[in-house]
Design a protein around this ligand. Structure first.
Ligand SMILES: [Zn+2]
Ligand SMILES: [Zn+2]
Ligand SMILES: [Zn+2]
Length: 146
């Protein structure tokens, strides 16, 4: 039970981390890497922006490494929370919203449509400043109204 709560807590916490990272780092001093993601079309299969997957993978790998020492410990579940969040982020942001893979295009799910709308609003801004909707899995309720 406690492991599940750790997992869930980390998962929710990652949304805050994402919001802060996106607003202050990706749209801040690492804008160079995020910039190509704000261009209208994907020019290449990979974007410079993908570097952020690598950056977020490092703590998870370290946590998994130490999380299995002497049986599975709490570090493992922290790592699992980060990895699961990363997976959801990828499915929502890269697959559902940006259609890097054409998997579930015609969703009727209100929550998913809301997420997509909110992120399109984020992409209206091509520049570094004055962005909105930096979160990914939690967006303002107004976007759920059809
Ligand atoms: Zn952005
Ligand atoms: Zn984009
Ligand atoms: Zn995007």
């Amino acid at each position: 039970m406690i492991s599940f709560l750790i997992f869930l807590g980390v998962f929710l916490f990652m949304e805050c981390v994402t919001w802060l990272t996106h607003k202050y780092i990706m749209h801040g001093l690492m804008w160079y890497f995020h910039e190509d993601h704000h261009q209208p079309k994907y020019a290449h299969p990979f974007e410079r922006n993908d570097i952020f997957f690598v950056i977020f993978a490092i703590p998870s790998i370290v946590l998994f490494y130490y999380g299995v020492e002497g049986g599975i410990n709490y570090l493992f579940f922290i790592g699992l929370g980060i990895t699961t969040y990363g997976f959801c982020y990828f499915m929502i942001h890269d697959v559902l919203i940006h259609q890097r893979f054409k998997w579930f295009k015609n969703t009727k799910n209100k929550y998913l449509i809301g997420l997509r709308k909110a992120h399109k609003v984020h992409h209206k801004h091509l520049g570094k400043e004055e962005g909105e909707c930096f979160g990914m899995l939690f967006v303002p309720f107004k976007y759920y109204k059809v």
